[in-house]
Design a protein around this ligand. Structure first.
Ligand code: CAO
Length: 423
């Protein structure tokens, strides 16, 4: 049996515009499925199916204007539901969705038409139908966050689905959804000039992921300082030949390792991890220091264990072995784990300072730049001194600025007179 579905009393003067047609000829609709969305100058309304059936003919299109009594479509009504008592009840007691901003008389319905359900234009003027609003409420989605694609900035069900899909993808992405925003797609660079494309190596991909994780997890500050290593350098040069005869290349790095181990024991606040989720600090009673090693395959950070218990020569030897293993891609997974602090030395390359990124879950990293001869004012006169630039980045959730400044100043004292390391 075909039934003409007509526009009910909308409670508005004159005609209204059809802004959505939600069905097509041949569609099966259930009772209360949205057939159309109508919009007056005051409100939008969904026209729900008064009964279930199959759409046989649609008599209007988007943009048409209709008024009470106009036929909207022909519905082939299911014999079983046409006479269902529930239908009578539904037609006599229309469901009216909350309608905050616009005062609207309750729609009057007849048995040949269903109630048009007013759609609220809430305080922030978000346009969306009752079904979309209901779904958003159930899923806890703030409709204001969903980009609308419907006419007059209307949020459609597809928009809500797209938003939810994007959120789920972000949460499941390799960066754990921590990325502050999804990067914009890259332009086609070939329009600007010749380009070629290379795949990221595994180590480059891991480094990128680790850096992003550190960047978005730890609020970081960098403390700059300088250490006077004039005497240290003199001592190093004196010992270099002796070290070489033992097969060891003696650079500044093992001294830095030793000084950092000493400072980490003296100021253990920098030798911790912070666990914000569990509201606790984990104090490390060991001193394992990672060394950033630059290789043609990418950046590796092998770990020197128990730095506080090893001699300068032992440390020099171990760094050389680890750096060679990194270059040969022969580091074992265990050699890349367990650091409680990191040193990144760019001193052999150059630069005056930089801001290293904390290797989370560690809470501090020391960046070292190139030592330079500088005039330093000592006892009333300028004297040439070899000054080593130090850049200590720290996770400000776990380390206070004062602690960081004490740390670099202690490093300055230790490196300024390495006899301090013996104490
Ligand atoms: N100031 C001045 N000279 C320095 C110096 C400094 N801060 N640090 C090292 N040098 C000197 C060394 O003393 C050595 O000089 P000599 O040949 O006269 O003895 C020379 O520079 C070369 O040192 P090196 O690089 O062979 O050895 P190292 O112990 O200083 O460093 C290693 C070892 C593995 C850390 C280094 O080779 C390396 O890979 N550095 C890069 C680390 C990096 O990429 N960090 C960035 C990470 S974040 O992107």
């Amino acid at each position: 049996m075909n039934q003409a579905i007509t526009v009910p009393d909308l409670g508005v003067q004159g005609d209204v515009e059809v802004i959505e047609v939600n069905v097509a000829v041949g569609d099966r609709v259930a009772q209360n499925d949205a057939l159309l969305v109508l919009e007056s100058d005051k409100a939008s309304m969904e026209l729900p199916a008064p009964m279930s059936g199959i759409v046989r003919e649609i008599l209007l299109k988007i943009g048409d204007r209709v008024r009470q009594g106009d036929t909207v479509l022909m519905l082939e009504v299911d014999a079983s539901t046409a006479l269902a008592p529930a239908l009578d009840k539904a037609l006599e007691q229309p469901v009216v969705e909350e309608h905050k901003a616009v005062q609207q008389p309750a729609p009057v319905v007849s048995k040949s038409t269903a109630a048009a359900l007013p759609i609220d234009h809430d305080d922030s003027s978000i346009h969306a139908g009752p079904a979309v609003r209901k779904l958003a409420r159930e899923l806890g989605v703030e409709l204001g966050r969903v980009a609308p694609s419907g006419p007059r900035q209307r949020v459609l069900k597809d928009d809500l689905n797209a938003y939810i899909k994007e959120m789920v993808q972000k949460a499941q992405s390799p960066d754990f959804g921590l990325s502050p925003s999804t990067p914009a797609p890259l332009p086609d660079f070939s329009q600007f000039g010749e380009v070629s494309v290379r795949e990221l190596s595994r180590i480059q991909a891991l480094t990128a992921k680790g850096m992003l994780n550190s960047w978005v997890t730890a609020p970081q500050v960098t403390q700059f300082d300088q250490a006077d290593i004039t005497e240290l350098e003199q001592f190093r040069k004196e010992q270099k030949a002796r070290a070489e005869s033992a097969g060891v290349k003696l650079t500044v790095l093992p001294f830095l390792l030793k000084a950092c181990a000493y400072a980490l024991k003296a100021l253990p606040q920098l030798n911790v991890s912070i666990d914000v989720a569990q509201q606790r600090i984990i104090d490390k009673h060991y001193v394992h220091i990672g060394i950033a090693v630059d290789t043609p395959h990418g950046l590796f950070v092998p770990v020197v264990r128990d730095v506080d218990k090893k001699s300068i020569l032992e440390l020099a030897q171990e760094v050389a072995v680890l750096a060679q293993s990194a270059a040969d891609k022969k580091l074992l997974p265990g050699q890349l784990q367990g650091a409680s602090f990191t040193i990144s030395s760019l001193g052999s390359i150059g630069g005056t300072a930089f801001t290293p990124i904390v290797n989370v879950p560690e809470v501090a990293i020391l960046g070292v730049s190139k030592a330079q001869m500088q005039p330093v004012f000592v006892n009333g006169q300028f004297v040439p001194r070899l000054m080593l630039p130090l850049s200590l980045s720290y996770d400000h959730r776990a380390v206070n600025g004062a602690e960081a400044a004490r740390f670099t100043s202690l490093l300055g004292q230790l490196l300024g007179d390495i006899r301090n390391l013996l104490l």
